[in-house]
Design a protein. Structure first.
Length: 298
């Protein structure tokens, strides 16, 4: 199932994409009108806490809408909504694995050997189709990084790698935008990685049942339709299950937590000379099975 969060008439909503249509089911309107399920979640984060039971509840609501006199009353066209990040606000900082593709580590002047984790502030979260600032007042080296993002669906600590998939709700796409000069100046990642709007995610949160093997996905980043990154998640040094196992040794993972899994080679800093983002650039990050995350910069 492809879920999305959106804003309409100054209120936040969520729902599943209508199959074969550029529209979303207004799942809360279905519940309020048809009263199919008691105590249905009112936010997507509440739903994620229910795990795959949440998916089954949504399916029941969609089935009820399809049997209604006019199912179209429960649909919202993509043209009338404002996209939000699938998880508009994470429970804590977004976690991210650095140098998890060997070729990317090499282009950055290092090697992919140690397990490196940094975080991004929840205030860095942005959405698909959102125009983002280059933060030209504080950086002149804003860079893109297309990544597969894991969304956690169940609380866990010291999770064995072989059980890691039980703790996943689904996946989305993220752009780990980075101010390279700030990253170097502060000799740590947090400030250079946490500028407002520096973690757009979306367009969809795809439930794990639709992507049974997250290690066989193509990851392609285009800047103004020029391919810059063209990798596969099979090239990860640490797999999705290893990432969850390693992080959960130190941090209790919670429903709604987001973990970025690293980026393939081809970031702006990796070129000679570097090719950082500039005003008017449009970045498109595509991951098969999920969709394409699109942002313009100014």
């Amino acid at each position: 199932m492809k879920l999305l969060s959106y804003r309409l008439n100054d209120k936040n909503y969520f729902g599943p994409k209508v199959k074969k249509e550029e529209a979303v089911w207004d799942i809360l309107h279905i519940q309020e009108t048809l009263q199919v399920l008691p105590d249905f979640p009112t936010t997507i984060l509440e739903g994620v806490r229910l795990g795959m039971d949440f998916v089954e509840q949504i399916r029941k609501l969609v089935e009820a809408a399809l049997k209604a006199e006019n199912p179209n009353n429960f649909k919202r066209s993509f043209t009338e909504i404002e996209w939000l990040s699938p998880i508009p606000r994470t429970p804590k900082n977004i976690m991210a694995v650095g140098k998890n593709y060997a070729d990317h580590a090499k282009e950055m002047g290092g090697i992919a050997s140690d397990f490196v984790v940094f975080t991004k502030s929840p205030t860095s979260i942005a959405a698909d189709e959102q125009t983002l600032s280059l933060h030209a007042d504080i950086t002149n080296s804003y860079d893109y990084e297309g990544e597969l993002a894991i969304v956690i669906g169940k609380q866990g600590k010291n999770i064995p790698a072989k059980l890691a998939y039980d703790y996943i709700f689904g996946y989305t796409i993220a752009n780990d935008l980075t101010a390279r000069d700030l990253q170097t100046k502060h000799q740590q990642y947090f400030l250079g990685k946490s500028l407002d709007g520096s973690c757009p995610m979306g367009p969809y949160l795809v439930t794990k049942d639709e992507l049974p093997n997250p290690q066989e996905l193509a990851v392609v980043t285009k800047v103004n339709d020029e391919i810059r990154q063209n990798g596969k998640t099979s090239d990860m040094v640490f797999s999705v299950e290893q990432i969850i196992a390693e992080i959960s040794k130190s941090v209790t993972l919670e429903p709604g937590d987001v973990i970025l899994t690293g980026t393939p080679a081809g970031v702006g800093k990796g070129f000679n000379p570097p090719r950082f983002l500039k005003s008017g650039d449009i970045v498109k990050i595509s991951i098969e099975g999920i969709g394409t995350l699109v942002n313009k910069f100014e």
